[in-house]
Ligand binder design. Sequence first.
Ligand code: AMP
Ligand code: TRP
Length: 334
Amino acid sequence: MRKKVLLSGMQPSGETGMLHLGNYEGALKNWVRLQNSGKYEMYCCIVDWHSLTSNYKHTKNLTKRILNVAADYIASGLDPKKSTIFLQSLVKEHAELHLLLSMIVPVPWLERVPSYKQKSVELGLDSFGFLGYPLLMAADIMVYKGEVVPVGKDQAAHLEFTREVVRRFNSLYGELFPEPQPLWTEVPILPGTDGRKMSKSYNNHISLGDPQEIVRKKISSMFTDPSKIHRSDPGHPNRCPVYLLHKLYNPEYEKIYNPCVSGSTEWGCVKCKKLLTEHLLAFLDPIRKKREELLSDPGELMRILASGAEKAREKASATMREVRAAMHMLEAEL
Ligand code: AMP
Ligand code: TRP
């Protein structure tokens, strides 16, 4: 049976590019599961051009950020032998398709994408490139004729936009592209240390590469159920971000439910956080070791990204030949 083409990507954003538990639970873990199912032709991209749409000023540490994402991908279980792991900007076909699609996409389609409206005000972004963010994402997917896109629910509008672009291209030039299907992840939104969505921009995240002391500190200052002020107050585990993390990392999380709800004096939030820290570290320690090992040889990481790009380019350039033919572009025989 032919394998379905799966494409996904993450930005090397923030100060270091390091991915956090929200990225892992919401996206990466699912990619690893799908990779290991053997059912997909996997393309896992690091979308450095996308990161320039919001951060074009501070590019000095871009290489470091890219290498951190590559190390996080592999340390979390993506395997360059099973998945094509590559850097977007090394496959110029993404840019060519983006340009050609920009001819057929009305500007209002882009202006009404919710993330544009929201972030353009929030972050004061007004560049042409930022407006085109979803179109670049559409090009990332279409250039591989992507069929399945595993992302968090926050990407729903981008994926719907991609499907509209596919329909428009196909109706103008013939049926070339499949409409990509989203594959939502099991954990819709992972809370951060303050109970809001874990995100680098709220600075409430726990990174995959955080050293033990930092993880201890972050967990100890985590928000809990706001109505449990004294140890004897009855808690509401399902409203507590610490409990939500227990559910993911502590196989015996059910044991803490009753002591919390009953306000047992034997069991308080401090103890609960300490137990969570031990379970979380047991999960994070091997990932941190692996990523450090990988980062100690940046040359090897770069070779992985470049050889992934070479493989990706084979597929992308075949698609571009078809696109040019469909649009009757003159193709010089070299
Ligand atoms: P971002 O870092 O926001 O570009 O997100 C990269 C990927 O991680 C996307 O597929 C998001 O849906 C996912 N993601 C980011 N933050 C969270 C979170 N707190 N919970 C679940 N998924 C997340
Ligand atoms: N917009 C996605 C995010 O912020 C990143 C992304 C870019 C992407 N191109 C993609 C995701 C293609 C899936 C497929 O998470």
